[in-house]
Write a protein of this length. Structure first.
Lengths: 594, 89
């Protein structure tokens, strides 16, 4: 506290950042403005404040002018605040009395917030005046020592959440892995095969799901969602709501007898997006982990009409428990990793492609389920209207992606999964079928991806360089007619296909917005969780101790999701391993009024 | 004259933020002393919110100290401002 009471001697350092700042604002004018501010006793400029030379200059200035508070006028604090806090600390200045303010966003060529030189001066002047006043009145907030709970909450049991959980559990931390659905594995488990190796997706995922299920450090909570979060890094209190399964997990052996006898068939929206059916009591798919039945109370005859109870009668393990209630589980964790994945864009909104209006228009996710030998058709590709094998299949790329009327971003994986499905159809399922891919650009940047694309062309897949304006159904045959201008040959192509497959965008998974609200973390313009810095801190959020990974952060493929999951686990580990951290008292004691 | 610097963390669409803004405006007029209020939009200035560990809006920091998360009672806010201004009115 002693620094609070001393005479305040503020130093302001204005960085040129080469020409990034100096090229967009009048530095001399800013120096003159800064000199006139109350309790500012020293003002200078540096070419690169963050360089070693720049930092030495700041330290010398602190020493020569007996400065006790400094403001660096340069770039985003998420980049360099720590740099300057360390620099100040070496000279005995408390980190609270070091501020970094960002004027580069207005001056740098290419910045989305770039303004003209006159406006940059007005904005920068205001920011410097504010910062100087804030610094003048600021006092040190006492720090308290907080014990870091040696456990982590991972939200989402897809491939990213699993990877992060396993990494942390192997390091010795207790991991609570929660999943909204009755089984872990996420979307990857339903993809049949994965590019660019055409590996069987469940086969390479199963070791992870199985290990997560038996790992002594992982507490797996399926059918569960986050209901409330309070606290701060090291000490988050989380309430998780677990929906009843109506089946005792400890007793159920996964034999499937109940499913066989259940009389109620339901369209399976969750695991096949309406392509297949399941019963009211079901195990999502063969390799589901945990392999335990679950009752869908919305469709179960007992819950709806107080009848049936056949499952209860036939279960040899007496595992059916209609009396199960929702549970609120309280968890104390030191860090939180969000890995809630993505959903497939609903193409209903693109009326021109006739999804749901025309029976033979499906999505790539549905196609993956149809091709899956463990899927609803046991791997036979049959078109929905007449259950016949299609002779021609047209895929339309960028449905809901790179489209100003839907989502402006590129979903990054659609080109590759379309190529994958084209390969599977041509090589394994229907070698005589004609497959067409109608695209704007093929984007295949990834290890082994370009080779995969070339191979797809070589096996006889037809590529049309253009996006169809609409799809029309032939009323009699239920075939689909596409008109598309191929810009490579400059001709309008009229194509009749038995089946149309839409390569839909990846969008944030349901509940993303609500979860962001509960966690206090930000969303980006597209609704995905926002990282604190897109290049240098891609898995950290605006809340210390909460990390994001996988498709929850933005569209990405499996290897990138794994990389991010490992990064998020590493960030959590860095904080947890300290055992105890110093936090400003304000974070731990602020009055919470709602 | 006694001075205080208030950072009001807010975001567009935040339900409680206008109430806090109004409260701060009326207290600035009511209390003697110079009260400077800076509105910090956490969707624009994410790093400031991160520095304070702000998890939800509205939140209020007074002279660098995060005092309130959520909408405070006007009396509580008044008391906190008075303490910083070093006055008992």
């Amino acid at each position: 506290m002693s620094q609070d009471k001393k005479e305040k001697r503020i130093g302001i350092f204005i960085c040129h950042c080469g020409k990034n700042i100096a090229g967009g604002v009048d530095i001399k004018a800013l120096l003159e403005i800064s000199k006139k501010l109350e309790e500012v006793v020293f003002v200078t400029d540096n070419k690169f404040s963050c360089s070693e030379e720049g930092q030495i200059a700041i330290q010398d200035a602190i020493k020569d002018n007996d400065l006790n508070r400094i403001i660096v006028v340069a770039c985003d604090p998420s980049l360099h605040l720590l740099t300057f806090q360390h620099c100040g600390k070496k000279m005995g200045i408390d980190p609270a009395f070091v501020d970094l303010i960002d004027i580069r966003k207005w001056t740098m060529f290419g910045s989305p917030n770039k303004v003209d030189e006159k406006q940059a001066l007005i904005n920068s002047q205001k920011l410097i005046e504010q910062a100087a006043k804030r610094m003048r009145l600021k006092r040190i907030v006492p720090k308290v020592s907080v014990e870091v709970n040696q456990s982590v909450l991972v939200i989402g049991g897809g491939v990213a959440g699993l990877e992060a959980s396993l990494d942390l559990a192997d390091k010795g931390y207790k991991v609570h892995l929660i999943e909204r659905l009755p089984t872990i594995g996420g979307k990857m488990a339903l993809l049949y095969k994965v590019f660019p190796t055409n590996d069987c997706a469940p086969c390479i995922l199963a070791p992870k799901t199985a290990y997560a299920n038996i790992h002594p450090n992982i507490n797996l909570l399926t059918n569960s969602e986050v209901a409330n979060v309070e606290g701060h890094i090291g000490n988050f209190s989380v309430v998780v709501n677990q929906k009843p399964r109506y089946v005792d997990e400890k007793k159920c052996t996964g034999c499937g007898l109940c499913i066989e006898k259940c009389p109620t068939k339901v369209i399976d929206d969750e695991y096949s997006r309406g392509i297949g059916e399941r019963k009211a009591i079901y195990i999502p798919y063969n390799q589901a982990i945990p392999r335990k039945a679950v009752i869908d109370s919305q469709n179960c005859l007992y819950f709806q009409k107080d009848a049936c109870r056949l499952c209860e009668k036939v279960c040899p393990a007496q595992a059916i428990d209609f009396k199960q209630e929702p549970k609120a589980i309280e968890l104390k964790v030191g860090a939180i990793i969000v890995a809630t994945g993505f959903d497939e864009y609903n193409p209903d909104q693109k009326v021109e492609y006739g999804y749901r209006r025309y029976g033979n228009v499906i999505t790539q996710f549905q196609l993956a389920r149809l091709l899956d030998i463990d899927g609803p058709t046991k791997g036979r590709l049959l078109r929905p209207t007449d259950k016949k094998e299609p002779r021609s299949i047209a895929m339309i790329q960028c449905v809901g992606s790179r489209d100003e009327n839907a989502n402006g971003y590129c979903s990054s994986v659609c080109c590759m999964y379309a190529l994958k499905h084209a390969q599977i159809i041509k090589e394994m399922v229907l070698p005589d079928a004609q497959v067409y891919i109608s695209y704007i650009d093929m984007r295949t940047a990834g290890k082994g991806f370009e080779e995969y694309y070339r191979r797809t062309r070589e096996i006889g897949i037809n590529f049309i360089h253009g996006r169809p304006s609409e799809v029309i159904e032939n009323n009699e045959t239920k075939n689909l007619i596409l008109k598309v201008e191929d810009s490579d040959i400059g001709e309008l192509i009229k194509l009749e296909a038995d089946l149309v497959v839409l390569s839909c965008a990846t969008v944030p998974s349901q509940g993303t917005k609500q979860l962001a609200g509960l966690l206090g973390i930000n969303l980006d313009a597209n609704g995905f969780f926002k990282e604190i810095h897109p290049k240098l801190r891609p898995v950290e959020t605006n809340i210390r101790g909460i990390y994001i990974c996988g498709s929850a952060q933005g569209p990405k493929d499996i290897p990138d999701s794994i990389i991010q999951a490992k990064a998020a686990a590493s960030c959590a580990d860095s904080e947890l391993r300290k055992g105890e951290i110093q936090l400003p008292e304000s974070i731990t004691k602020a009055n919470k009024t709602n | 004259m006694a001075e205080v610097y208030v950072e009001e963390f807010m975001s567009p669409g935040c339900v409680g933020c206008p109430a806090v803004k109004e409260m701060l405006k009326s207290l600035s007029e009511e209390l003697s002393g110079e009260i400077t209020v800076e509105e910090v939009d956490i969707t624009v200035d994410t790093s400031r919110a991160a520095q304070y560990g702000v998890m939800s809006v509205p939140a209020i920091a007074i002279n660098g100290d995060l005092k309130f998360m959520g909408v405070p009672k006007k009396e509580e806010l008044k008391k906190a401002l008075q303490e910083e201004l070093g006055k008992d009115e």
